[in-house]
Each structure stands twice: as C-alpha cells, then as structure tokens.
Design a protein around this ligand. Sequence first.
Ligand code: ADP
Ligand code: MG
Length: 699
Amino acid sequence: MENQNVPELFGSLVFDDRVMRARLSDDVYASLKKTIDENVRLDEQVADAVAEEMKNWAIENGATHFTHWFQPLTGVTAEKHDSFISPSPDGGVLMEFSGKELIKGEPDASSFPSGGLRATFEARGYTAWDPTSFAFIKDHTLCIPTAFCSYSGEALDKKTPLLRSMQAINRQAKRILKLFGTEANYVRTSVGPEQEYFLVDQEVFNKRPDLIYTGRTLFGAMPPRGQEMDDHYFGVIKPRVNEFMEDLNKELWKLGILAKTEHNEVAPAQHELAPIYSTTNVATDSNQLTMEIMKKVASRHGMVCLLHEKPFAGVNGSGKHNNWSIGTDTGINLLSPGKTPYENAQFLLFLCAVIQAVDDYQDLLRLSVATAGNDHRLGANEAPPAIISVFLGDELSAILKAIKEDKPYEGTEDVVMKLGVHSIPSFSRDTTDRNRTSPFAFTGNKFEFRSLGSSNSIACCNIMLNASVAESLKQYADELEGAADFETALHDLIKRVITDHQRILFDGNGYGDEWIKEATEVRGLSNLKTTADAMPHLLDEKNKKMLMEHKVFTEAELQSRCEIMLENYVKTVNIEGNTMVDMVRKNYLPAIERYLFRLAETTSLMKSVSANVKCNYEVSTMERLSELTDHILDSVKALEDDLDKFKSLDDVFESSAFVRDEMLPSMETLRGYVDEAEMLTSQNDWPFPSYGQLLFSVK
Ligand code: ADP
Ligand code: MG
C-alpha cells in the first residue's frame, strides 16, 4: 500500500461527517448534526432523507445488504443481514431503505441472553439507531450501530447503559463547570484502548482441540524458552506478522478506526495495537470491530489471532488498557492540569471525583472486568492485582499531600496553597507512567485502567467509571451550589476528599505480597479474586442505588446482568472441563499407554538379548508414567464427577461458587499430571503440538 493513499483510504467505508456534509441537504445535515451532538430526536422525514442517501452511498461502495449492528451480552457483536431489494411492479427489484428501517429493527431476540428480562417484560426486542456512532460498510453490508432493548425499554446490550452513563457524567460535570464559569455545551469521556493479542499458525492451532473449543490451552508443559529473555518486546517484527499488521491497518483505516501504534509484546507471539483515542461510545464500537477484523485478517494470512486473556499458562496473558479522560466540546481536557489557578482548582476537583469514585466503587470496577479468562491474569504477577488502587506519581502525590496538610508544596512560593487563588505548580507528564503494576494510573492527562482482559468489551468498565465519577460530581455539585463562599467551600471539599480517600492511593509495587496484606488488612480495600467473588456485588445496595439514581440501569437490568455474567463464567469453565475430559480420555491416556507399551517391549527385548542390561531409563520412566496414568485416571474421574454435579445445580450463584471451589481446582490437578507426563513422553508419541511449537509457530 502506498503511503499517499492513506488519507484517501481512511474512513472510505464510513458514512462519516465528511460524507454527510457532502451528500445531505443543508437542512437535513443540520438536523442530523443536532441529533448527534445534542441528542435531539430526529423527525421521520429527516430520517427518510438520511436513509436514502446512506443507501445510495452504500450501494456505490459495493453494499447489497444492511444490518443493525449491536452488542448483546454474549460479548460478541450481532448482525442480521437484510438486502435492500424490494420487488417492483415490472418484475424487477428496487433498492430501498427507509428512515424506519434505519431507526428501528426487530431482530429475533430469543437467541440472545436476557437473564429473564424478556420473559418478565415482553417477548420481543428491538434495535434502535445510535446516530452518535457512524454507519459503515463491512462484507458488502451497510452496518448501522444500534442499541438493543426489550419492548419495555430494558437494555439487552452494552451500548444502552454506556450511552446512559455518558449522559449521567455529562449532566453532573456540566453543573460543576457552571460553578467555575467554564463554557461548554456538553462533556464527554474519551477512551483509547490498547489491545493485546497472540498470533499462532493456523495449522498448528488446528491440531489443538482446547484452542479450538475454548480459546486457551488447557494442557501444555513449559517450553525450554519462554519470555525470560524479554527480547520480544520492541524486537523486530517478523515478516509474516508485519504483513498481517499492514493489512490490518488498511482494513481498520477504511473503517475509520485510528489504528496508530503496533509492536511486539512481552511474550513470544504476543503483540499490541493501540488506536488514537475517541469518544467512549465510538471507541467501544471501534474496539469491537478491531477485534473482529484482527481475527479475519489473521486468517487471511494463515494465522489465528488469540484474544483469550490467558492462552498459555506460565506465559504472560493478554490485557487491554483503557485510557480514559473527560473533556468538553470546547476542547478542554478536564483531567489536564491547567495554567491558571482557577483551571487548576477545576482540574483538582475532577481528579478528586475520580479518586473518590474508584474508592467508593472498587467492587464495580473490579467486576466490570471479571470473566473466567481474566481471572487467570489478575493477581498473577503479570497483570495488576484484583485489588483496585490509584497511582498518581510523585509530583501529584506531593501536591495532594501539601493540600491535605495545609503545608506549602516545595517548588511553590512559600505560601500555603489556597485552591482557586494560588497556582498549583505545573508538573511534567512523563514522570507519571513508570509503575506498570498499578491497576488504575494517572498518566498526565488521563487515567489508565489496566485490569481489562483482552477480549473484554470496554463498554462494561466505562459504564462503571462514568457512572461512579458522575456520582462524585453530583455530590460535589450539591455541596458547592449551595455554598456561601465558593472558594472556601471548594478548598475544604478537596481537602476532605483527599483525606477521606487516602487509602485508595498507592504508588508502590502492586505485585508484591506485602501490598495484598496492607491493602486488605490495613486499608480495608476489597480483594475480589474471581468472577464468582466479584459479580454478586453488582447487586449490593450501595451499587444498585447509585446506578439506578443516575439512570444507568434499572433494578431488573442489574439482576439480569449479574446472572448473565455468572452464567457466562460457569458455561465457559464447563466447556473447558468437558474439553479436558475428552482430550484425556481420547488422546492423552492412549498416547501415554502406547509409549509405555514401547518402553515395555523394548525392555523385555533388551533383557532377552543380554542379562546384563539394566534398562534404567526405560524402567524408571515406565514406573513414573504408570503412576501418572493412575493419577490422571483418578483426577479425570474426579472432574467427571464435578461436571455431573454441576448439571444438578440450577442456581447460578451456587454453581459459580462450585466452579470456583471444586471444578477449577480439579482441572488444575489433572493438568499438573498430564503436563508432567508430557515431559517424560517422546514427542513423536505426544498427540498435540507442544507449547514450543505453538509459541514459535509463526516464523
Ligand atoms: P503510551 O501509553 O504508549 O505512552 P499514550 O499515552 O500516547 O501512549 O497513549 C496510550 C493510549 O492512550 C492511546 O490509545 C492514546 O490515544 C490514548 N490517549 C492519549 N490521550 C488520551 C486522552 N486524553 N484520553 C483518552 N485516551 C488518551
Ligand atoms: Mg498503556
């Protein structure tokens, strides 16, 4: 691809602002713009006009079908394609697309999880156009980003609550800005998600049923060479991977996705892609698309893109970093320290809002990234711990300390700072990103939430982040709006928040055992290790109250979401358990037995030739392998019992606890024996490709 084509290529498959402005009449464009920016309802004629132009544009760009594209709670995106054709009286067809079809769709919702919502409310669901995210063309189909709801308006997807959370933070942040006299029509949060993934060769992948069925390896002894050399990071990108990345960029750019940097990651075969940040809602759609396109492009290059959080035990897993900030339509980043004392006080207040939100709703942030896959990473010395804390860096910490203690901050004039009156010193941003072990780090003008798993939708954590920060801002606005002396009240408020939420601030090593002890025993922070531990907190009274008050979720939606997320967890592990049983019974045990037979045959043959041979290697290997087959048999039986017992449990809270306490430990034990047997068995007799073959499969 020639470089000069990039600007032309970029967004060429997107019905973006450029296309709208060029193709829609001035009136129609103005109404649509109002809908996009200010959430004003679109009237039917305007919708018809938009639909007509969207269709014409799509057909000119090769589309024959359209679909409402949405994000059900399964974690993937869903689409149902309809063609534009409609019969004409002369026996031919016309290509038609109405405003109605653009605005609303009725997919067969019965196959998507609803956690009892549809049963309770209404049998069908509908999709509704989200004009704030541009329509695009994929696979000859015009895709219209939509929200997915039940007929009574209960959200069945991730976009709806995300949009609601963005409205919540907009409402509250505007109240604060008004107090400072800062001009803004609206406030939006922005996100830049850094996406990690693995690439393995398709042929090697095809030989591993565990990867095929579950996305991760359920067995596998460590290769002699793992990531200990740390040489993969920023190393030379292999030619085949390079071709993949070039192709991927091209596909993403066509879809208007701002793919910006890509590099190798820590583990062999691991890579990362980071886009330039955009509005949270758009970033979420783009990240879902990015994951889909990554898989598709990998397969074109004879590879498989693994988005699982922990495809290989003993090797770093894949996460996603959610870089998040709040900004105004007038171009102010509210998390960027300002130049005047007033701007600085405003910055500190927003900073406080985030600190308080993370402390008050640690559990919501933790559960927003909880999945069976991500449970393998968090707290495993490769990713942040399951304990949530905030990293601010030396300079900002010192500034907050000075405010808290009414002491001068070194480097300022020798006065005790009064916020809103005195400047806080400016500080550089590059000193802030050193500590990679913190789950929630301030990085100069944004916060980076690092606990997400690679396959997570970023919608979930941003819903919680937006909502909980909206709650802090609401409390501040309530207090400050009624204050007699704004500056004094502001100063007192900031000082109080810093003091009250000190426990969530931690700049030290998040991977250490000492931190876990201090966090849980001294500071009283929550340490929700697994999905089964975390998810039920969605229904804690304080969490329900906050999320409902800001109109992000209804009670029924929370109930259903909690159940669906736990169902996803237990189903995932159940499939893994069944896959393990299958592989052990059909492949591993017979393979070890074949090898044992050869050893036994060799030994007796050798001994029959000469009475002097000892056959130490053959005999000792046989003895240990034979013990291992007994252990494998016992543990596969134990796992089968667990899988049977699991079937008899129908309460999802009970079954998720069972999965955590019984099934996962049984799987771990079984794996241990099989992996030991792998080290004793000839590679020719081993039924599946080894870790070495997988991790170094792409040349
Ligand atoms: P790095 O983490 O490699 O130092 P950056 O800090 O530039 O790189 O950005 C990492 C990610 O954060 C990118 O996706 C970038 O677009 C995003 N990002 C940068 N500024 C902001 C911001 N103000 N709000 C949200 N995301 C941002
Ligand atoms: Mg980062």
